[in-house]
Design a protein around this ligand. Structure first.
Ligand code: AMP
Ligand code: MG
Length: 534
């Protein structure tokens, strides 16, 4: 194994829990608790991301070594690692939930790569922590596969996200009541090593704010700017947060810029979700990254037939708060919660309001960019937003597959618009028949618009192919890989990971993985809906 260089700044710079004994507790005045991963029976590496491994300096031999599975399954530590669980709170489904914290995630350390980039390595499912509340700190194989695959798929789609280094089977069983209906069963357990420059969440700031721990809040905000947003600070890097504070670097203007950046990054990420058809499923404030990364892949899902009201999360089936079409407004709601938490850092509310306004502006900009890219236009004009909104309405009524439609649309002949290139995108013949006149009328409008656009047909097609993926991690595909992995065959996971590395390429021979959802998957658990049980 190569020697990794660790710089465990979070532990060094911020106050921790003086109590190091095991046991669930409320932790006040501290942002982390030291805790070791709990050993597992027989760690076995099922899959890894070669890009993440490379970035960290692990070559093929290191990845294949038993030591790698031992470390990333939770049975061993590398020199320089200093494991801990982070303390944070959050608003869950619209309500303040108090202290949550890493109940089953354990950070091993902050690795600094050869190029100076920082990578927090975090095991998910590594055993109990002081924040495990009533749960066991473990994760089942099915949810670990979903997190592992989706982190990497999102990255290759160009969506800001936490990443995944490895997926390790533990050899232990984990008991879960998947439908919360009194039928628990033992399932294989697994551990994913997630990787991100920072795992700070909105809830990391909300917790000290909710407890009136103003000094702790300020320290955390300064730390976050110093480590995760250094571009906001004047002068040469290399000073500690304390030295910067003493020099008066953390002005209200810096805090204001920081919050505005968080708002903008969040807007950009959510706009990407809307572009590729991703539904996060649990947009609680503890699942909102301060870096605007997609974080915490639980009961997420991918849009098959276009439906802005769809949520994959069975726990959310009633209110459907986290439905596809509501994600922008939910993200804004979450930013308002963050703004409240940060208000002690400001004399008045204006800088925070300005930041929130930046969310709206950035989202609108990104949405217009999406419109132009998805429709293959050189630029987005005002009428184009309406054009795409009308299309969305038709896609819903006609039950049209989002991914296949936009991919097919790139093959439209603007001189003779027809539905033929989108044939594969329809789920229901009767609905198609009913909607056909309206769809043809829409294609006519679109063709007229294209004739007024400077891009050549070839340039348009390329632009569309770069924004409309051919392959997305459809829910049923992930489920098929899970079914096989639970039988001991992880090749489906490895194959899906490989396909998702080039989602915008045609990849001849892999047509089967670009098909719309088959009928059998319409109502099957894991394919159309997911519970939070993981
Ligand atoms: P999530 O909805 O997955 O973001 O989790 C919400 C909270 O529950 C976080 O504090 C998690 O760490 C915690 N949690 C979820 N599953 C478990 C588990 N199996 N063991 C311990 N804590 C958990
Ligand atoms: Mg979470």
């Amino acid at each position: 194994m190569p020697a990794l260089h660790f710089d465990n700044a979070f532990l060094r710079e911020l106050p921790g829990d003086p109590d190091t004994a095991p046991g669930v507790r409320q932790v006040h005045g501290a942002l982390w608790s030291r805790v070791e991963p709990a050993p597992v029976a027989a760690p076995r590496l099922l899959a890894h991301s070669r890009e993440v491994a490379q970035r960290l300096g692990f070559d093929a031999a290191a990845v294949a070594s038993p030591e790698f599975a031992a470390v990333f399954g939770g049975n061993a530590l590398l020199p320089g690692m200093a494991p801990f669980a982070a303390n944070y709170g959050g608003h869950q489904f619209g309500h303040w939930a108090g202290q949550l914290g890493d109940g089953r995630a354990i950070t091993l350390g902050e690795a600094v790569a050869a190029d100076g980039s920082r990578h927090e390595l975090q095991l998910k499912g590594a055993g109990p922590t002081p924040y495990s509340r009533h749960a066991d700190g473990r994760a089942v194989l099915r949810s670990s596969i979903r997190e592992f695959l989706c982190s990497e798929a999102m990255r290759h789609l160009g969506v800001p996200t936490t990443r995944a280094l490895s997926l390790v089977a533990t050899g232990d069983q984990v008991v879960r009541d998947m439908f919360y209906d009194g039928h628990p069963r033992a399932e294989p357990g697994a551990v994913v090593c997630r990787v991100a420059p920072s795992f700070l969440r909105f809830g990391s700031f909300e917790l000290p704010a909710s407890r009136g721990e103003a000094e702790l809040l300020r320290q955390l905000a300064e730390f976050c700017i110093w480590r995760d947003f250094p571009e906001l600070l004047p002068g040469p890097a290399g000073k500690s947060p304390d030295a910067l504070r003493a020099a008066g670097a953390f002005t209200e203007a810096v805090f204001g810029d920081w919050f505005a950046r968080v708002c903008e990054r969040t807007a950009v990420t959510v706009a990407h979700w809307m572009r590729v058809g991703f539904v996060h499923g649990v947009l609680n404030t503890d699942n909102m990254s301060i870096l605007g990364l997609t974080i915490d892949y639980g009961p997420y899902g991918w849009i098959d037939d276009y439906d802005p009201d769809w949520t994959p999360n069975t726990t959310d089936a009633q209110g459907r708060r986290y439905r596809f079409g509501w994600q922008p407004k939910v993200a804004h709601w979450n930013l308002v919660r963050l703004a409240h938490a940060l208000s002690p850092l400001f004399a008045g509310a204006q800088p925070l309001q300005d930041g929130l306004d930046r969310f709206a502006a950035a989202y609108e900009r990104a949405e217009r960019e999406n419109t132009a890219r998805k429709l293959g236009l050189a630029e987005c004009r005002d009428g184009d937003v309406e054009l795409v909104q009308d299309l969305h309405g038709l896609m819903k009524t006609a039950e049209i597959d989002m991914t296949l439609w936009f991919r097919g649309l790139a093959d439209l002949d603007a001189r003779a618009p027809a539905l033929a290139p989108m044939d594969a995108a329809f789920y229901d013949d009767a609905r198609r028949r009913d909607a056909e006149p309206a769809l043809l009328a829409w294609l006519g409008r679109y063709a007229t618009r294209l004739r007024d656009d400077p891009l050549s047909p070839r340039a348009r097609r390329e632009r569309m192919h770069a924004a409309n993926p051919r392959f997305v991690l459809r829910n049923y595909l992930a489920q098929q890989a899970i079914d096989r992995a639970e039988q001991g065959d992880e090749s489906g996971v490895v194959e899906l990971l490989d396909v998702m590395r080039r989602p915008y390429d045609e990849q001849p021979g892999r047509e089967a993985l670009a098909q719309k959802r088959p009928d059998w998957a319409r109502e099957r658990a894991g394919c159309s809906m997911l519970s939070c049980s993981s």
